[in-house]
Design a protein around this ligand. Structure first.
Ligand code: NI
Length: 216
């Protein structure tokens, strides 16, 4: 029964996000789903809630709905109702979808349940490291942003409203979000994995600036 619902939701999400071009495509969901299953195993979290939340976490992201934060949980609920999911599970999954997003350097985003912490970690792991770098530039290109501008310094957003309006160049995004994620992981396995991915991003940035200045 529960496997059927997961498979059903997987098909809906894959169909909806397959041609997405901003780094929030089906393969992002697929990687987050896999990472979340791995973390849920280690943490003894509820697999069904974790898998459904991982699959549905970007089903209607605020970034693509004019900043509307309620679009994600609303669409997730519609999919789960249609698939015949248990209402208690549906409520739990929708709460995770509603609270998972990064909202700026100065804004805390605590997750209430272990399952939420696991899915948030998985999503944040996919935002950093080699894959995270690729996704960040894909997103910047999608939004017509400059790769880099030496005169525009990073901005540590103190509210979600401020963060949503941000339109700076892509290298700033490393300082405004990606390099901060390592210290915001919830589970011990994610913290370990994040260390490695963080190191890789720092190396990447060192090389980027050397090449920018023609020194490498
Ligand atoms: Ni995501």
């Amino acid at each position: 029964m529960s496997d059927n619902i997961i498979n059903n939701i997987k098909i809906v999400v894959e169909k909806k996000l397959e041609g997405e071009g901003s780094g929030h495509d089906w393969w992002h969901i697929f990687r987050v789903w896999n990472l979340a299953k791995h973390l849920a195993d280690l943490e003894n979290a509820d697999q069904q809630v974790v898998e459904l939340a991982a699959l549905l976490h970007d089903i209607a992201d605020w970034k693509f709905h004019d900043g509307d934060e309620s679009a994600g949980p609303r669409e997730a609920r519609r999919c789960l109702d249609q698939a015949g999911a248990d209402p208690v599970i549906t409520d739990h999954v929708c709460e995770i979808v509603a609270t998972i997003s990064y909202k700026g350097a100065g804004v805390a985003t605590p997750m209430k349940t272990l399952e939420g912490q696991v899915v948030q970690d998985a999503d944040r792991l996919d935002a950093i490291g080699a894959v995270g770098i690729a996704r960040t530039f894909a997103y910047g290109g999608h939004k017509d942003r400059l790769m880099y501008h030496p005169d525009e310094k990073p901005h540590m957003h103190q509210s979600f409203e401020e963060y949503k309006k941000n339109s700076g160049h892509t290298i700033n995004h490393f300082y405004e979000k990606l390099l901060l994620l390592k210290d915001r992981m919830n589970t011990s396995e994610a913290k370990k994995m994040a260390e490695e991915r963080h190191r890789f991003m720092q190396q990447y940035l060192d090389q980027f600036f050397l090449e920018w200045d023609g020194k490498a």
